[in-house]
Design a protein around this ligand. Structure first.
Ligand SMILES: Nc1ncnc2c1ncn2[C@@H]1O[C@H](COP(=O)(O)OP(=O)(O)OP(=O)(O)O)[C@@H](O)[C@H]1O
Ligand SMILES: [Mg+2]
Length: 813
């Protein structure tokens, strides 16, 4: 049977907790008659595990008959109860030796008999007392006691401590969870330091024994000190535990928040009918990774990224980055989807079908394809088509792709300055993407296609953003490109199955290491005859199709085509030719659409009406014909061209004026020409003092175009000689060659292009350095037939051919 229970101060509620219990009475039943108590004696109530302090209200349960008798007598006689803590808890009926001899007198506020038969007292602590002597002969314990008076004299020491204690206690109350407001108010209401100490001692969490020790501390200062110590410790403990609490709560909060958000997202998706979209998406990605048949290492990487994606909220900025990256990995063609066997005969047929002429080029291409067919894993060279615009470099590449049944990809390198354009940006950059090599591979969806790298000669030089040429080298070099590493992908991609073809207008601006790895194929440009064939067989048909006309509706006769080639275009390729044919097609289309005509045949005479006046008519004849003008031949990236060297003389002091945007080398060759002329003045019949009294001005028109190179040397010399001998240069003669001061003509480059340019310009005689004679073979047959080629050894040979016999006017005096 449980007799006395210690209850915390707030447990007063426990009594109220059964309000419907018919609380019997404040007047307890009378159980025993008692003899009167002496004046200085007090009825003793022994309690276990509970210390009552003065000023504190506590519920006390009484169970033992002797205790019940004591309580009833106290109520009946309206006497205080002396509450004493048992020093030995396991004793049923404690004697004087089993009790502490210091306690608190209490007035019984209520005596409650609960419906279950238990008896409860609500006691109010009044004063400390000390037992002097136990008195025998009562049905309960009685003792004679000495009440301990508390001094209330003001004392600064005590007040300071009390103040401190109040602060500490308030702090504790605030740290404790669920402390009622009233508690704080009650504490604040306690005015005397002694009362405060007891009040706090009543509710502070201490063992009964420790509380007893506080009760027995009659010295208030010592008691306050001890309480301060206890409270300080409590505050620390409470603070710490609260901190720990908060920290764990925080982590739980964050996790809970995320969980909640995810739940909400799912609900929203469900509402929208997109049930668990992300899960479906991830599953799809997983499938796609498997289907992409990546190499093992890359698949591992992809799955790693997928795992990251799974753990990421969809709204995170990184989510879309990882997603895009995965898309790249998935969509790149990692494996060959079955290589078409190259059929050489078929390839030849297709090349012929698409392109007229270019026999040498086609032959080389077929050789290349044959080697690839016989030794597919061998490291094939990189073809590089070099030639002026519009000669069919790009379209040859497309043709090769068609001939080999492969996809065609084109990467333009013109103006690429940043290595990252080729090799991509690292994924850490915002908006990073792979370089254009990988991009175009994804676009065509094949890792064994034909990739044309257009305009390698216009590749930017290495600089601040890395060297694009060295990045390109990694793409092209068969030694390296099996494990090409794009910065964005971060994993190797095998480029070795790709067929690379480069194109360029000029060779010398291609970085050396790159050029070394290329097999250069020159496409010098077409002769008039070739152009005519190309126009007839390809261009007219193509333009008809583009304008929606049928061959029956429009015919352009050969004469007209020839006139377009001669008078309306001056180019190495056929791009402008195709454009002019297109213009004719559109003009005729309008006429037919308007119903003005059914069928149109365009002849040479109709051209002026359709295309306007001819552009290049008889330019040479117009310009030359006066002394001092010679027709030179220049090599330019857009094919060869003719150029005029004009010289004039004015009174002066033998100065040489050069204009026309001439480069250093060209200026020097002008100087050399003049020196050479001076040295030979006598032999040429030039008066010596004529040169001394004149300033010579040499101009090379198309003054806005920079020109350079030594190959205009002969033309300069001829122009000067013509000027000073007053013999005009034959208008049908064009020339090229470098000169030495001894009058030798030195070899030059670009013979083919220059010869073709001369032919285009209507020249009939071309003077070439004799030392270039070995290149005769390379000059197109048609040019050789139509042109008179004169091989010159020295400037004297040049004058002999170029100058007309009859002086145009009298030689100036
Ligand atoms: N031999 C040829 N036979 C038929 N068509 C040709 C031939 N040469 C060029 N063409 C046509 O001329 C046009 C221009 O050719 P393409 O675009 O290949 O020139 P390109 O050499 O790549 O010039 P660029 O250096 O300016 O890029 C194309 O329509 C092409 O088909
Ligand atoms: Mg091109």
């Amino acid at each position: 049977m449980k007799d006395y229970t210690s209850t915390p101060p707030v447990a007063a509620d426990a009594v109220k907790a059964s309000p419907d219990a018919p609380a019997t009475a404040t007047q307890p039943p009378r159980e025993a008659a008692a003899r009167p108590l002496p004046e200085d004696a007090m009825i003793i109530l022994p309690v276990r595990n509970l210390v009552l302090f003065p000023g504190v209200v506590l519920p006390i349960t009484v169970g033992r008959p002797r205790s019940r008798a004591a309580a009833q007598e106290a109520v009946r006689a309206q006497r205080p109860l002396g509450v004493l803590l048992q020093s030995k808890t396991d004793v049923g009926e404690p004697g004087p030796d089993d009790l502490h001899w210091v306690g608190t007198s209490a007035s019984v506020l209520r005596y409650v008999t609960a419906p279950d038969g238990t008896h409860h007292l609500i006691c109010q602590g009044e004063q400390r007392f000390r037992v002097l002597q136990f008195v025998e002969g009562y049905p309960f314990q009685v003792a004679r006691v000495q009440v301990i008076e508390e001094s209330d004299a003001p004392d600064a020491d005590i007040e300071a401590r009390a103040h401190n204690l109040m602060e500490r206690a308030t702090e504790i109350l605030q740290l404790l969870p669920q402390v009622p407001e009233e508690m704080v108010a009650a504490l604040r209401g306690v005015k005397s330091p002694a009362r405060l100490a007891d009040f706090i001692a009543g509710f502070v969490e201490l063992s009964a024994e420790e509380k007893q020790r506080l009760l027995e501390m009659f010295d208030l200062k010592a008691r306050l000190d001890r309480l301060l110590e206890v409270l300080s410790h409590r505050v620390e403990v409470l603070r710490l535990s609260r901190e720990i609490n908060e920290r764990t709560k925080e982590t739980i909060d964050e996790q809970g928040r995320r969980h909640l958000l995810r739940e909400q997202m799912r609900t929203i998706q469900k509402e929208l009918g997109e049930e668990d979209g992300s899960a479906a998406e991830l599953a799809e990605l997983d499938k796609a990774i498997t289907a992409a048949k990546m190499p093992e290492e890359i698949e591992k990487q992809a799955r790693k990224e997928l795992k990251r994606l799974e753990r990421m909220p969809e709204a995170a900025a990184e989510y879309s980055m990882v997603r895009t990256y995965l898309d790249w990995l998935i969509e790149l063609p990692w494996t060959v989807a079955g290589e078409a066997v190259i059929d050489i005969a078929e390839a030849r047929r297709i090349l012929d079908e698409d392109h007229y002429g270019l026999e040498k080029v086609k032959k080389r291409i077929l050789e290349y394809l044959a080697v690839r067919k016989l030794n597919p894993s061998g490291k094939s060279p990189i073809l590089c088509f070099v030639g002026p615009p519009g000669v069919g470099k790009t379209s040859l590449g497309q043709s090769i792709a068609r001939a080999t049944g492969r996809k065609f990809a084109r990467v333009s390198l013109g103006g690429v300055h940043d290595e990252a354009e080729i090799r991509g940006h690292r994924r850490t950059y915002i908006g990073a993407l792979p370089g254009n090599v990988i991009q175009s591979i994804r676009k065509v969806g094949a890792c064994n296609g034909v990739m044309m790298l257009d305009e390698v000669d216009k590749l930017g030089m290495g600089g601040f953003h890395g060297d694009p040429a060295s990045a390109l080298l990694e793409v092209l070099d068969p030694e390296q490109n099996a494990t090409f590493r794009d910065n964005y992908l971060g994993v190797p991609f095998d480029l070795s199955r790709m067929m690379f073809i480069c194109t360029a207008n000029v060779l010398d601006t291609i970085p050396g290491p790159l050029r070394d790895r290329m097999e250069v194929i020159h496409l010098p440009g077409y002769t008039e005859q070739e152009k005519l064939q190309i126009a007839r067989r390809y261009l007219v048909g193509r333009q008809l199709a583009a304008t929606g006309l049928s061959a029956a509706q429009l015919e352009i006769d050969d004469e007209a085509l020839g006139a377009i080639i001669r008078d309306y275009t001056r180019e190495a390729g056929v791009r402008n030719l195709e454009r002019e044919i297109g213009a004719i097609g559109r003009n005729v289309a309008v006429r037919i659409a308007e119903g003005k005509a059914q069928r149109v045949t365009v002849g040479a005479d109709d051209l002026a009406a359709i295309l306007g006046p001819s552009r290049f008519e008889a330019e040479v004849a117009m310009r030359t014909g006066v002394p001092g003008v010679a027709t030179g031949l220049a090599w330019t990236p857009v094919g060869g061209d003719i150029l005029f060297v004009e010289a004039t003389r004015m009174p002066g002091s033998g100065k040489l004026i050069l204009t026309g945007q001439l480069g250093e080398v060209m200026k020097e060759s002008a100087q050399a020409a003049l020196s050479l002329l001076k040295a030979r003045a006598q032999g040429l019949g030039v008066k010596e003092d004529l040169l001394e009294k004149s300033d010579i001005h040499v101009h090379v028109p198309a003054g806005a175009t920079p020109k350079d190179g030594p190959s205009a040397g002969v033309a300069m010399f001829v122009a000067l000689s013509s000027l000073l001998t007053a013999r005009a240069v034959r208008s049908e003669v064009a020339m090229t060659g470098e000169i030495s001061l001894r009058g030798l003509v030195l070899p030059i480059g670009g013979v083919k292009e220059k010869v073709l340019a001369a032919l285009r310009a209507g020249i009939t005689t071309v003077m070439l350095p004799a030392r270039n004679r070995k290149e005769l073979e390379e000059i197109p047959q048609e040019a050789r037939e139509k042109l008179k080629l004169v091989w010159i050894e020295s400037v004297d040979d040049a004058l002999a051919t170029a100058l007309s016999d009859v002086p145009a006017a009298a030689v100036p005096a």
